[in-house]
Design a protein around this ligand. Structure first.
Ligand SMILES: [Zn+2]
Ligand SMILES: [Zn+2]
Length: 279
């Protein structure tokens, strides 16, 4: 697979191990995987169409202006944060090991695909075509690996996706349970809601389930300092940091602040070139 890297104003396509060394001047990261690109487009389409249906079928027809404006602002704020988190997860280097990485004191194996000495806790991804430091898993929905350098953004993506999904379920569920339609439906009526509302409900239900599963899995991975790959294969190489709190700080940032909830703020960890010293 290809990763597109732009260096100092010039761009080039890279295809596996034949490509030149990846230097610290790398600025952009994008995985040219057709399935991942389709999944990412589907994610954006679902979120934007949910926003459109909410505005058209719930907020505009509402006679309560405060209800419509307040819920509209909350939904679009959370949806914007979810989409920015998605973009940052997709376009951030998850922690790639440089191509043709020379052996070092932490080298544990050799990757014939990257022609690189592989440091501890780095695993090759066949989709990205690179070894990724602390590679948790490759997620097609964000078209990228989830590694140490973009795990915060992925965590925020699942968090905000979960929040907007629950918000939509409440927006649909509370008025429905209060309306006569609920009693009719409970009494055996075969009437069904309009198709756009049904679509919105299904999207919100899927979103909340996805967010719940991924959020739990990521929090478990962060707290135990074991990637999903290491959990699946019972890899003994994961060493773990001193405490759960230290593990969370290592992903979200060294100081507790509102920046932890911002996808615009980089956690500011050491870069890939310094990963060797951390292992
Ligand atoms: Zn590799
Ligand atoms: Zn990958």
């Amino acid at each position: 697979m290809f990763s597109w890297v732009q260096k100092r104003g010039t761009s080039e396509h890279r295809a596996g191990p034949e490509t030149p060394l990846q230097g610290p001047e790398q600025r952009y990261w994008f995985v040219w995987d057709p399935l991942g690109i389709v999944c990412a487009i589907v994610t954006w389409t679902l979120m934007l169409s949910a926003a459109w249906i909410l505005i058209r079928d719930l907020f505009i027809p509402s006679k309560n202006v405060f209800y419509a404006v307040a819920n509209g602002v909350v939904f679009h704020l959370l949806a914007s944060l979810a989409l920015v988190s998605h973009l940052r997860t997709m376009l951030t280097d998850p922690g790639s090991v440089p191509l043709r990485n020379p052996p070092g004191p932490d080298t544990v194996s050799y990757c014939p695909l990257c022609l690189s000495a592989v440091p501890e806790r780095a695993y090759h991804c066949i989709v990205c075509g690179r070894c990724i430091h602390k590679n948790d898993h490759h997620c097609p929905w964000v078209n990228n690996c989830v590694g140490e350098d973009n795990q915060k953004y992925f965590l925020l993506f699942t968090l905000y996706t979960g929040l907007i999904s629950v918000h939509v379920l409440l927006l649909l569920g509370i008025p429905f349970l209060r309306s006569p339609a609920w009693r009719e439906w409970n009494a055996g009526s075969t009437a069904s809601p309009p198709s756009p509302i049904l679509f919105l409900f299904l999207v919100a239900l899927m979103g909340s389930l996805f967010a719940l599963v991924m959020l739990c899995s990521q929090m478990c991975s962060i707290c135990t300092d074991k990637t999903t790959t290491e959990m699946l294969y019972q890899n003994k190489r994961s060493q773990g940091r001193q405490s759960v709190w230290a593990n969370v700080k290592a992903i979200c940032g060294p100081r507790v602040s509102l920046a932890w909830l911002s996808p615009f703020h980089s956690p500011g960890r050491p870069k890939a070139s310094e990963h060797h010293d951390m292992a």
